[in-house]
Design a protein. Structure first.
Length: 134
């Protein structure tokens, strides 16, 4: 028998997790840490921030890592997604593939910086949208 669906968390809990992932993604890279892992945290910050916004608006979503799908869900829910945030879909690739050894090129410092910028902009947008709700 499949496990019960996990309980829905509050928007604040989702946002707290997003901020935590963003803080880790932004940290100075220790020698032992791969840029891929920091980019995973950037992806997680975006994913969890968007989920926070969806929860705050009462919009159901699938539990996926696909940022494009989550943004589309937000759009279908009546939210206008700023064009500058649409590039955050690039981070979806860091959700799974980049976390494991495999046939991919290593992530560069420039790619990491871009991932952090996209995550930072997305989290800031979500925070502003959630503050406007109150």
């Amino acid at each position: 028998m499949p496990p019960d669906k996990p309980p829905m968390r509050t928007a604040g809990e989702w946002l707290k997790r997003a901020r935590s992932n963003l803080a880790r993604a932004k940290q100075e890279k220790p020698d032992e840490v791969l840029f891929e892992d920091l980019c995973f945290d950037a992806q997680q910050a975006v994913e969890k921030a968007i989920k926070a916004l969806l929860v705050s608006r009462g919009i159901p979503f699938r539990f996926v890592h696909d940022i494009g799908e989550l943004l589309e869900t937000a759009s279908r829910g009546g939210m206008s997604i700023p064009e500058r945030l649409r590039d955050a879909v690039e981070l979806t690739g860091f959700a799974v593939e980049a976390r494991y050894p495999g046939p991919f090129e290593a992530v560069s410092e420039d790619e990491w910086r871009r991932a952090v910028r996209l995550a930072d902009e997305t989290v800031e947008w979500v925070e502003a949208m959630m503050n406007d709700d109150h």
